[in-house]
Every structure is written in C-alpha cells, then in structure tokens.
Design a protein around this ligand. Structure first.
Ligand SMILES: [Zn+2]
Length: 488
C-alpha cells in the first residue's frame, strides 16, 4: 500500500533551571527539500522515517524540523514562530494519510508547559481524526498521558546513548500501512512513576536489565512496544518523572499490564540505578591511578546535552591542577577566547580568562597563559552510532595548550559524541592518558573501545547528580529520591 506522509517536528529538551530562554537563533531549522538532504541516510529519527517511507514507496512531503542543543525554556515568540510555520507547511501538504513527527518529550515554552501536547493537539485539529499521527520521542521525555490521546502511535528511543533513533523513526512510519488498513489498532498506556532519575546509560547496570524486561514484553506478538522513559529531572514541571509506555494491538488492558510490569521492576531497582559520582579532584585522582589508558573524567554537571552552558570550569581546573601528561579537555564553550585566539593566530601566546562566564553555578573563569596550537572552522561529521552522519557545526574553534594540557575551545555549545572533534584538532584520543569530557553518557557509543574507563565528576552545575539542589515546586510530590516517604 502506498501512502502520503508529511514529516517534520520540533525537538527540544528544556532545562527550566537555566536562566536564559532559548531563542529562535538557538534552533537549527530545516525546511522542505533541505530536510530531506539533511536527514536521508542519516541515523536520526527523521532518517528512519524517510527510510521506511522509501521502503513502502510512500510519497514524502517534508515540512519543517527544528532542533536546538538542549537549553532553557523556549521563548514564546520563538516557539510561536516555529510551530506556526510547521502548521502552515503541513496545511500546504494536505491531503495526507499520515504525519510523522520527530519530537522530544521534554520541551517547554513560555506559556506552553508541554510543547509536544500543544504541537500534536494543533496538528490533530488541523488534519482531523482520520489522518494517522505517528511520533518519535526521546528517552528523556517528561511525558503527559494526554499526548497519547492525540497520536496514533509513539516510539521512544530505548538506548542511552540514543543509538536507535533511526530504528524508532523507521518503526513509526513502517506501521502506517497497517494503521490505515486497520490491521493494527494501537492502544497506548502511559504508566508514570514518582521517580526522578539523574542521567544514566542503558549500556550496563540496572537500566540495561530494565530494558531486557521491556524487550521480553515485546516478545508477545500483541505488544507493539514497551518503552522505559527515564524522564529529564532538570525541569520543574508537572510532567516530571520516569514513565513506561506500553502499546498493544487492540487491548488497552495488555498495554497497561506490560507497562506496569516494567514500572514495578524499575521501582524495585530505583536505589541501584544512579551512577556513582566523585568531586572533580577525586575523579582526576582516580583516573590517574588507572593503569589502562585513556581514562575519561566526565564533566557531567555541565553537559550541554542537558541544557548546561558548557563553559563550566570545575573539571578543567582540577585537570589543570593535576597537570597529567598527555591529557586533553574537550570541549569548553567560550566564543570570546576563540576570537582572541583567531586574532592572535597559531603559534602565538595569549593571556586568557577561559569559561565560567555564563552564570555563577559552573565555576570561575580560568586565568592562564595559553599557546595557540591550531584553529579550525568547527565543522565535521558525526560518526557515533547515535546520529551517525549528522553534520556538526560548533562554530570557529581553537586548540589551546595550557601548562601542557590541550584544551579545545568552541564557539557554540557542544557535547562530544565521538572522537571526531579531537581528530579535527589533530588529537588522537587513543594516545591520551586523561580526557576531560563535557558529557555524561552520550559519549559512550562513539568512544566505545577507545576510552577504557570513566569517572563521573559532579559539581554544582545545571546537571548535578544532586537533584535536591534545585527547587521542585511543580513536579508532583512526593517523588523519589527527594521525598524518602514516596511509595508506588
Ligand atoms: Zn535524551
């Protein structure tokens, strides 16, 4: 069966504790054919949707896709402009049989507490009840049950790092023919947990075990998907918390049963899920004691992938104090210092005040003399299985050397997914002893086999492991681990 599908979406993970609103200039927006060239053959959700559409010889109408590095609440003006253009382009695409949307699940705009619900409600009003709406969601979505009354089916990433975005996009569009002919009638049940989870990988530990339970649920031919959403805890929202989405063919009871089997397992394992964290100094000391190198020291509390400014200095300072040989810190965002380095040119010495300029949560600027080793345009292609093929642009960059430590400075906020940004700067990660990395978990797929061990450094940043540092006034209380009396 052939069909017409419009594709597009808006993806944003909102850290409500960040003071600065996300503006239009923070979004990378692709429209029409540009969406096709950006995502065809790329391991993104839209890449997967396009792949499934091609398999089914469907007609694809690309609308608009907007995505930003996770940041603060989206300004009302930016959100309105993007969503109105998405709706306008969708209107022009009509009639369609289906709409495929790449969404996140943790997006908040000023005046819109849950942008995914808002987007899907407006699209449902536009296309009516007979057009199939299929969506993809990020594992870090803070989900509202209302969303699942508006869409036909939803597939969330199962993995952190999100190595399966392409597959989930493909799942969504591949189901369209059966949705149209009625052979599959998805019943969706969202089971929410009173549980805030700090960022954690699914590559090992309890979360890997929970994923195995999800996959065993899916062995039942009536279960279309059973997905563990970790939620995004750095947002004060009524939708905060982990959840499980069960989807069963024809049976709401089966969907609920599958979801609740998994939520019970998560609840029982909740103590064992969070990762162990150290102070930046402890993390560097432990890394130095490891005999098998290179070792990662993770600057998880200033991860731009969760909305942090990316110019935090706690971990950088700890590495500079220890001065380990063959070490590198990547990356820190400081357009002023990049500009200074580009003015001075390679081979020069500059006096810098690096990082710590965005707010008072991520440490003071590092005052240092730096040698300008290399300057680049900051453009390269992602090789991590999570989003492989994505064109990265971190703005102009500088590789500086401070007391023998290489430091990669970028102009735009960026979380390294793989060694490519280091390759760009002439650094072979395999030869390093210590790599300071502004990432919590998303590096794990792209650096697999390269980095031999890792230590998570925690500090008071916008993604600290200590969730009690932030006000949680809108999150439903009681909630674990903030309220020890929480029951489920
Ligand atoms: Zn995520």
């Amino acid at each position: 069966m052939t069909f017409r599908v419009a594709v597009g979406g808006i993806e944003h993970e909102t850290n409500t504790y960040r003071m600065k609103d996300a503006d239009l200039s923070d979004f990378c927006i692709v429209r029409g054919d540009e969406l096709l060239s950006e995502h065809a053959g790329v391991r993104t959700y839209l890449g997967g949707m396009l792949d499934a559409a091609a398999t089914h010889k469907a007609t694809v109408i690309p609308t608009l896709h907007a995505k930003a590095e996770p940041a603060g609440v989206i300004s009302a003006a930016a959100y309105d402009e993007i969503v109105v253009e998405l709706l306008d382009r969708l209107k022009m695409a009509l009639p369609v049989d289906a709409v495929g949307l790449s969404l996140h699940g943790a997006g908040i705009a000023r005046g819109r507490e849950n942008i995914e619900v808002d987007i899907c409600r407006r699209i449902r009003e536009l296309v009516g009840p007979n057009v199939r709406i299929v969506i993809t969601l990020d594992l870090h979505g803070n989900l509202s049950p209302e969303l699942f009354d508006l869409v036909d089916v939803a597939f969330g990433t199962q993995n952190a790092p999100h190595t399966d975005m392409f597959e989930r996009g493909r799942d969504a569009v591949a189901l369209v023919p059966q949705l149209i002919d009625g052979s599959v009638v998805p019943k969706l049940h969202l089971e929410r947990l009173p549980l805030l989870l700090p960022p954690v990988t699914t590559m090992n530990g309890m979360t890997a075990e929970i994923n195995r339970i999800c996959r065993s649920m899916e062995e039942d031919s009536d279960i279309i998907a059973c997905t563990f959403f970790h939620g995004f805890p750095y947002a004060d929202t009524p939708f905060g918390g982990a959840s499980v989405l069960g989807i069963a063919n024809g049976s709401a009871a089966k969907a609920r049963e599958a979801a609740q089997t998994v939520t019970r397992a998560i609840w029982d394992a909740r103590m064992d899920i969070p990762a162990k964290a150290f102070t930046p100094q402890e993390a560097v000391e432990r890394a130095l004691q490891e005999t098998v190198k290179p070792v990662a020291v993770l600057d998880g509390a200033d991860n731009t992938g969760g909305g942090c400014p990316g110019d935090g200095t706690y971990v950088l300072r700890a590495i500079l104090q220890a001065k380990p040989v063959d070490s590198c810190f990547g990356v820190i965002c400081d357009p002023e210092v990049v500009e200074q380095a580009h003015r001075a040119g390679p081979g020069s010495e500059i006096e810098i005040l690096l990082g710590g300029k965005s707010d008072d949560l991520h440490g003071d600027p590092v005052s240092a003399d730096a040698y300008v080793k290399l300057l680049t345009d900051g453009q390269f292609v992602r090789r991590s299985p999570a989003g492989e093929g994505t064109v990265e642009n971190v703005g102009r960059t500088a590789r500086l050397q401070i007391d023998g430590v290489d430091v990669i400075v970028v102009s735009k906020r960026y979380q390294p997914f793989d060694p490519e940004i280091f390759v760009l700067h002439g650094i072979d990660v395999r030869r390093l002893s210590i790599l300071g990395l502004k990432s919590t978990n998303h590096w794990r797929a792209g650096f697999q086999g390269v980095l031999k061990s890792d230590f998570l450094a925690d500090s008071p940043g916008l993604m600290t492991q200590d969730l009690s540092r932030f006000a949680h006034e809108r999150v439903p209380r009681p909630i674990w681990p903030l309220d020890k009396e929480t029951t489920y």
